[in-house]
Design a protein around this ligand. Structure first.
Ligand SMILES: Cc1cc2nc3c(=O)[nH]c(=O)nc-3n(C[C@H](O)[C@H](O)[C@H](O)COP(=O)(O)OP(=O)(O)OC[C@H]3O[C@@H](n4cnc5c(N)ncnc54)[C@H](O)[C@@H]3O)c2cc1C
Length: 437
């Protein structure tokens, strides 16, 4: 097995593709009897070894699809293995949509919520906040249900649990009526964005921007509801989303690999190749972008009040140390929530993500930026690279102990704990498997 970026490889004894809830129960019960460990995989799009195991790996690829829909209240219950690209279409057929999404749709819905995946928009929390109820098979092989009203404290633990409370079989989502989005993408001066991002956030439903290192330019994307507007998807969209962001960018990455000192020039060429575009289409098709160029990624959540200082420090660090990077730094904004392990726990947040081409070394760059994030109370995205362990998380998350209490209750024999998760939750692993530098 390999994760999407290819940096994590593992060789499980068994890969199980259950097709029913009772089959999932049997796998967990048998593992318990045989004192074996179980991990779960969605689409393998996390950059951390969350699904790595040399024992049993469960995939819900054959346990996917709609369970029920309540069209009147825009509520849908789906199986855990449902991929976001299928989910978008299934909801659309029923006149519904997710209120917000991240920038790809390859993940499974259970994997998406289990790491706190997010999109952008100051009125929207992480995707886990769209969940109303959950059903999972815990480490004792029991089927557990919880929701915003039934066992609400356990629910807050289950909304983001890294697959360590059990196998999530069903997810009930609060959706909204299907809607269209008008997306505007344009190249703008970085200084304008840094001065006006609060205003831009207030005036637009969704806003994010990418700063291209070694340049004074940013690529800004805003989207707003476009009901009643005609679809607008043209050749320029195809050029921008497929040719410029993937084909040309991949070629530039390869050039940069062999001529590292060309990073500055490559970054300048990359931003120069970005087109100003507009697109109007169904929301789930607008959020989703194509990512054919593989990379390593680290993303941190910081309190939005600290964002000004964080981004200034990052720009200064990148400009003065002249790292050989040309991948843009992505900036997004997310509303705070009350989910125990959510990086946005009790704070409106900014998320800043840095990327390095898959075939290049990322260590010095990520380490330097992580030091900046941590200085401002940064919490890493659970699915992206970081160097933290249980001790760091215990101090970063006020409800870390509460989460561990529910984890112990639902997985007393640590069926779902791997060496990596040991370092994240229990801090007793001698091997620093969580470290990436
Ligand atoms: C190209 C790319 C773009 C991305 N864009 C974004 C973005 O816009 N925003 C963002 O926040 N993140 C983004 N991510 C990160 C990604 O959304 C998360 O890592 C997400 O968890 C991946 O989903 P997955 O289905 O691949 O889950 P996996 O990576 O396979 O698993 C993630 C976690 O979920 C657990 N899990 C999976 N299925 C179940 C289940 N049924 N029950 C219990 N636990 C389960 C696993 O054990 C693991 O702990 C991106 C990643 C890539 C590679």
């Amino acid at each position: 097995m390999k994760n999407w970026s290819g940096i994590i490889e593992w060789n499980p004894q068994i890969i199980a593709y259950p097709e029913s809830e009772s089959e999932i129960q049997q796998i967990v019960q048998k593992a318990l009897e045989n004192k074996q460990k179980v991990r779960i995989i969605g689409s393998g799009h996390s950059f951390t070894p969350l699904s790595k195991t040399d024992q049993i790996l469960i995939s819900l690829d054959k346990y996917a699809g709609l369970v029920s829909v309540d069209k009147e209240n825009h509520i849908a219950t789906v199986k855990g293995g449902t991929k976001l690209y299928d989910l978008g279409d299934l909801l659309y057929e029923n006149g519904m949509a997710m209120e917000n999404l991240g920038d790809i749709d390859r993940q499974s819905i259970a994997g998406t919520i289990s790491t706190g995946t997010h999109g952008t928009g100051t009125n929207f929390g992480t995707i886990s906040t769209q969940v109303l109820a959950l059903k999972f098979v815990n480490g004792k092989g029991e089927i557990i249900q919880c929701s915003t009203t039934d066992k609400p404290d356990l629910f807050k633990a289950a909304q983001l649990s890294l697959g360590t409370l059990g196998v999530i079989t069903e997810i009930t989502l609060q959706c909204v009526p299907a809607y269209k989005l008008a997306l505007k993408s344009e190249v703008v001066p970085l200084d304008d964005i840094l001065t006006n991002y609060s205003k831009i956030n207030a005036e637009n439903r969704n806003f994010e921007f990418y700063w291209f290192p070694h340049t004074t330019k940013a690529w800004a994307k805003t989207s707003n509801i476009a009901e009643g507007q005609a679809d607008k998807v043209g050749l320029l969209n195809y050029y921008s989303e497929f040719v410029a962001e993937n084909v040309i960018f991949k070629m530039l990455c390869e050039v940069m690999r062999f001529f590292p000192s060309s990073a500055e020039l490559t970054s300048k060429i990359s931003i120069a190749g970005m087109a100003n575009t507009e697109k109007v289409y169904h929301s789930h098709k607008v959020y989703a972008t194509t990512r054919l160029v593989k990379f390593h990624e680290m993303e941190y959540n910081v309190p939005v009040e600290a964002y000004d200082d964080v981004i200034k420090d990052i720009i200064k660090e990148v400009n003065t140390k002249k790292y050989n990077v040309h991948f843009p730094i992505e900036n997004r904004f997310v509303k705070g929530d009350d989910i125990y392990l959510s990086p946005a726990y009790q704070r409106d947040s900014a998320y800043v993500a840095c990327h390095v081409y898959q075939k290049k070394d990322y260590k010095a760059y990520f380490k330097a930026l992580e030091t900046i994030f941590r200085a401002y109370g940064g919490r890493p995205h659970w699915g992206k690279m970081h160097s933290l362990n249980a001790e760091d998380f215990a101090t970063s998350y006020p409800q870390f102990e509460t989460f561990l209490k529910y984890r112990k209750e639902h997985d007393p024999d640590q069926v779902f704990i791997s060496p990596y998760l040991q370092s994240i939750f229990l801090g007793t692993s001698k091997v620093s498997v969580g470290k990436i530098w």
